[in-house]
Ligand binder design. Structure first.
Ligand code: ADP
Ligand code: MG
Length: 738
């Protein structure tokens, strides 16, 4: 008898080598999860008018004629067989060694024909195809296999036709009478799910479409269930962690800050602040996701949480995905705090603290000082990039970690942070990308969620237009000039930095191992395959030169910003733009997240078709900051109707959640989750986050119930096994720690 780890070689003999070489299938588990891509119904012939040249194809067709004739160029005869579908569409099969085939391929016979199809003078042709007839007298098992059943079609395996894989499947199932069953019996009957082994059988050897559906239902459920069980374990592990409760105090920094806040908190901000305060007062670490539209005021909420932690004697770290954003946070937080950020300095507030910036590209001296401030506890707030979670950064008493723009950070990075303090710190994750419910459940399913739904009063909406007619391109720049003359500023966003890609050693300021701005810039979140690839994309450097030469913009002050600039230069450009001494900032997507210049009211996005829906929404959020109406122009030269449609939908609404759902429809789940973000190696293969929303909700309920009742999964050993093989070691270690 075989089990999941039995090598295929022992069961399948020479066939195993073909599966191994072309598809990497080594053992029974690999084979089971190598699912058919589709099925064909042998009772209905294939529509021969809808085939694709050069593709490996399997068709069901009926033989019409078979003719043998001598070959002209060489000795011997050649067999030409014409087969047809039910509508009379024909295909020609040619055999250069007719021996044996003539007898079998008689008119009227129906069967499967497989090979790479070619177009030859207006007819489809298969040269010496493999075939399997359904109604052969000396039937091996074709009749038995397919009578009333479906024919599974697999990804191409050279020298192995789909029906041979089906035969292999029979052999495998013959040897296999049991597989670990992660879903308990009771749950299976409650959810009307077949057993796991049965599900695989139904998918590899189906008789009806109903079989296929039952098999898929079970495997989809499994994907959701496993991910949710992992998340449930994480949740419980983090609840088991101890940390210091951070209780508010009277007369502290938070009170002083609130007293000088120039605006009133929105109702939503107050509500979320209260939720966070409750979490912080707990002695197990908070693990909360704060989502809210760009500009909804998340940073203020986070800052208030940081101040209350400082009040209770702890420190807070704020983590940003890029250096530009980290410096920006540093500037805006120090200015919001005013003398409250000058603790220990002459003229500073008595209760004040210190804010320090820590990035990978700081000069060594400054960096050393920052590290010291973090370690001594002198800095109440430490702001930085990914560099912050590197091993050697020590804190005196890290009470709270705030991660801004979470979608750039993975599960592992969250874990690394949590192990940073002497005790696990509280963690608050902020994201401006609205997250559809199922994604929230799947990627952030181990966290509590808060949402800021309203924007602070007095914001004007952004008007977005698609500019796809070249005649309007110059008008775009005239519009920019008008806006500048009215006292406002403009962003111009390009998908690339320069015309020629520069080697990594040339002027990149980012330290190795740090998460540089460049990483963010290349993270186009759009399905590359859907794009026309040949056109030259606009680059920051070319665009800058072009705009300088544009008479409409004569006399305007133009600067650039991109990830390959040295970090002082980046800072300088951002500060000049914030101070209003630059009119037009030509930039890459480094400005995507968090950059906050209220006076910038226009954004021109070049080659807008290169950006994903959520990314465009995120980008234009940069101009919704002040009280003047924002204008976003999506410039594109795309010819694709579908792509233009996508841009139009971004122009049509400012509702981030609606766009996030749309975005999901356009992307593959793997891209949304990141291969590793789904909580382990197991990518979602069959699950669709939108389509399977109900199923995910169910599986989540089920998994959480089971794990809550049995956190160590002592009574669910098969589930435990499945989970541990889905997780890599590092993650598993985290769960055990908890
Ligand atoms: P987010 O981080 O959610 O994008 P921010 O916290 O950066 O938003 O806030 C955007 C801008 O709105 C900032 O300039 C901030 O000072 C301001 N702001 C925040 N909360 C309020 C409020 N309740 N009323 C008015 N302005 C606010
Ligand atoms: Mg922000």
């Amino acid at each position: 008898m075989a089990d999941l780890s039995t090598p295929l070689k022992g069961i399948l003999g020479p066939t195993a080598a073909k599966l191994k070489t072309s598809r990497g299938l080594g053992d029974v588990a690999d084979f089971l999860t190598f699912l058919p891509r589709r099925y064909i119904d042998p009772a209905t012939t294939t529509d021969l008018s809808a085939l694709h040249e050069d593709e490996y194809t399997v068709v069901v067709a009926t033989v019409r004629t078979a003719t043998t004739r001598p070959m002209r160029q060489r000795r011997g005869t050649m067999l030409t067989v014409v087969v047809a579908d039910k509508d009379g569409n024909e295909m020609t099969l040619t055999f250069f060694k007719p021996y044996g085939h003539v007898d079998r391929l008689r008119p009227g016979r129906t069967g499967l024909f497989a090979g790479k199809i070619q177009r030859y003078r207006s007819t489809w042709q298969l040269a010496h195809p493999n075939y399997e007839l359904f109604d052969e007298e000396d039937a091996d098992d074709a009749l038995e296999t397919y009578a009333g059943g479906l024919v599974p079609i697999y990804l191409e395996v050279p020298k192995l036709d789909s029906w041979n894989i089906t035969k292999a499947a029979r052999l495998v199932f013959h040897q296999l009478d049991d597989v670990p069953e992660p879903v308990p019996e009771e749950l299976r009957s409650q959810r009307h799910l077949v057993g796991l082994l049965d599900a695989y059988k139904l998918l590899h050897l189906p008789r009806t479409w109903g079989d296929v559906k039952r098999g898929l239902d079970r495997l989809r459920y499994d994907e959701a269930f496993t991910v949710q069980a992992i998340l449930a374990q994480r949740r419980i592990a983090s609840e088991g962690l101890q940390t210091k409760a951070r209780l508010p105090i009277a007369g502290g920094l938070l009170e002083a800050f609130d007293a000088r806040l120039p605006f009133e908190l929105t109702a939503g901000q107050q509500e979320v602040s209260a939720e966070i305060a409750t979490d912080l007062a707990n002695d197990h670490p908070m693990h909360r996701l704060l989502q809210g539209e760009v500009g909804s005021g998340k940073t203020v909420v986070a800052l208030r949480a940081m101040l209350s932690v400082i009040d209770s004697g702890g420190q807070a770290a704020l983590l940003a995905p890029t250096e530009v954003l980290a410096s920006q946070h540093f500037r805006s937080i120090t200015s919001m705090l005013g003398d409250l950020a000058e603790g220990g300095m002459l003229g500073g507030s008595e209760i004040g603290t210190r804010v320090t910036l820590l990035t990978g590209s700081q000069p060594a001296g400054i960096r050393r000082k920052s590290l010291l401030d973090a370690a001594s506890g002198d800095a109440g707030i430490v702001i930085g990039t990914h560099a912050l979670i590197q091993e050697h950064v020590q804190f005196f008493d890290l009470g709270l970690v705030v991660i801004d723009e979470q979608h750039r950070f993975g599960v592992e990075q969250r874990d690394a942070l949590r192990s940073k303090g002497k005790q696990s710190p509280h963690v608050l994750v902020m994201t401006a990308t609205p997250i559809p419910r199922t994604v929230a459940m799947t990627v952030f399913g181990d966290m509590e969620t808060s949402t800021l739904t309203e924007l602070p009063k007095g914001r004007s909406p952004i008007a977005t237009h698609v500019v796809s007619n070249p005649r309007w391109f110059q008008r775009t720049w005239e519009r920019v000039a008008e806006e500048v003359r009215a006292g406002h500023q403009t962003y111009v966003v390009c998908p690339r930095i320069g015309a020629v890609e520069v080697g990594s050693d040339s002027g990149s300021a980012a330290t190795k191992g740090d998460w540089s701005d460049e990483d963010v810039e290349v993270a186009f979140d759009v399905d590359e395959s859907a794009l026309p690839s040949t056109r030259e994309l606009r680059s920051v450097l070319e665009m800058e030169a072009e705009l300088r030469d544009n008479p409409a913009l004569a006399g305007l002050r133009i600067a650039i910003l991109h990830g390959r600039m040295a970090s002082e230069d980046k800072d300088e450009a951002m500060q000049a733009f914030a101070a209003g001494t630059i009119d037009i900032l030509v930039a890459t997507t480094v400005i995507e997240v968090g950059v906050d210049v209220a006076n910038a009211t226009v954004m021109v996005i070049m080659d807008a078709d290169r950006f994903g829906i959520s990314q465009l929404h995120q980008l234009r959020g940069r101009i919704g900051r002040g009280t003047s109406t924002g204008l976003c122009l999506l410039v594109t030269e795309t010819e694709s109707e579908a792509v233009r449609q996508r841009l139009n939908s971004v122009a049509a609404t400012n509702d981030g959640f609606a766009l996030a759902r749309l975005d999901l429809e356009h992307r593959k789940e793997g891209d949304v989750l990141g291969a590793r973000q789904s909580g382990g190696k197991s990518q979602l293969r069959l699950l669709r986050l939108l389509r399977d929303e109900d199923l995910i909700v169910q599986a989540r309920e089920d998994a959480f119930a089971i794990v809550t009742a049995d956190p160590g999964l002592e009574h669910h050993l098969d589930l435990r096994k499945v989970i541990s093989s889905a997780l890599d070691e590092e993650q598993a270690a985290y769960l055990e720690r908890g």
